[in-house]
Design a protein around this ligand. Structure first.
Ligand SMILES: C[S@@+](CC[C@H](N)C(=O)[O-])C[C@H]1O[C@@H](n2cnc3c(N)ncnc32)[C@H](O)[C@@H]1O
Length: 247
């Protein structure tokens, strides 16, 4: 694993920087020491101070380079909690996109093999894994998972969890029984009902058990002088998550 990056926070500003980096800000030039660690304080050449923080998932969500729309933390939490992803699990994931889900699963202790069909997106995702400090446990492969399934079933099956966030997820769901260990989980995200229905029907046809779809809606609470109630801003819908298990 290469050294992960850090968050430098000061005077309402945040910068994602790596050990040894030199960076110009309107508060002066920051030189990040090679041996920097969380909790340190660094000064710009103008004497302004920045606190060094270890990157947490929320920081990575805010600061990593984005390609495809990253999975929202609320959905990441549901995937990890529902499928019980943890240390030692082998996870097969697609598409990598920005890589937020892959980062979170790697940080939870899983070994993740993730496929991204766009070569430029895959390069960004590899860099994101390095910044997040999970490049030793997350293998970003350039390729279309649907096209790679045969080879995976042949050479490296027995995944504990299959996570899908692609438009053609149902095509891979049909092969889930060959990819997963007994009791292994499928978790498929879809922003639309149509994609969700297709995953549900395919999962049932494939003989997976406990097929269930959850809509993720999150309501923020407002606390004001007048009273407390759910925020009236936005619906809070992100998408649908379908879970199922191999018998
Ligand atoms: C919505 S993004 C995934 C976001 C990701 N889960 C995250 O947390 O950042 C979807 C990505 O899947 C890729 N993709 C779509 N179909 C694919 C397939 N069959 N195999 C591999 N990648 C695919 C797209 O190029 C896109 O980058």
């Amino acid at each position: 694993m290469t050294d992960p990056a850090y968050l430098l926070v000061g005077d309402g500003r945040e910068y994602l920087l790596e050990p040894g980096a030199e960076f110009g800000t309107d508060l002066g030039v920051i030189e990040v020491p090679e041996d920097v660690s969380g909790g340190d304080v660094v000064e710009t050449h103008l004497g302004e101070t920045f606190e060094v923080r270890e990157l947490r998932l929320a920081d990575l969500f805010d600061h990593l380079d984005r390609t495809g729309a990253p999975m929202m933390p609320r959905d990441v939490g549901l995937v990890i909690g529902h499928a019980g992803i943890g240390r030692g699990d082998r996870v097969l994931d697609a598409g990598t996109g920005t890589g937020i889900l892959a980062v979170a699963m790697g940080r939870a202790g899983a070994e993740v093999t993730t496929y991204e069909r766009d070569p430029d997106f895959a390069d960004v995702a590899r860099e994101n894994m390095r910044i997040a400090g999970v490049d030793d446990v997350v293998d970003v492969r350039t390729g279309d998972l649907t096209a790679e399934v045969d080879a995976l079933v042949e050479s490296e099956p027995d995944f504990d969890v299959l996570t899908l966030d692609t438009g053609d997820a149902a095509d891979v769901v049909s092969r889930a029984p060959e990819l997963l260990v007994s009791g292994g989980f499928l978790a498929a995200y879809s922003p639309f009902v149509e994609g969700t229905r297709s995953v549900v029907e395919t999962a049932r046809e494939a003989g997976l058990e406990g097929v269930e779809s959850l809509e993720t809606i999150q309501r923020e609470m407002d606390f004001s002088e007048r009273g407390s109630r759910p925020s009236t801003a936005g619906v809070g819908h992100t998408g649908y998550l379908t879970f199922a298990r191999r018998p």
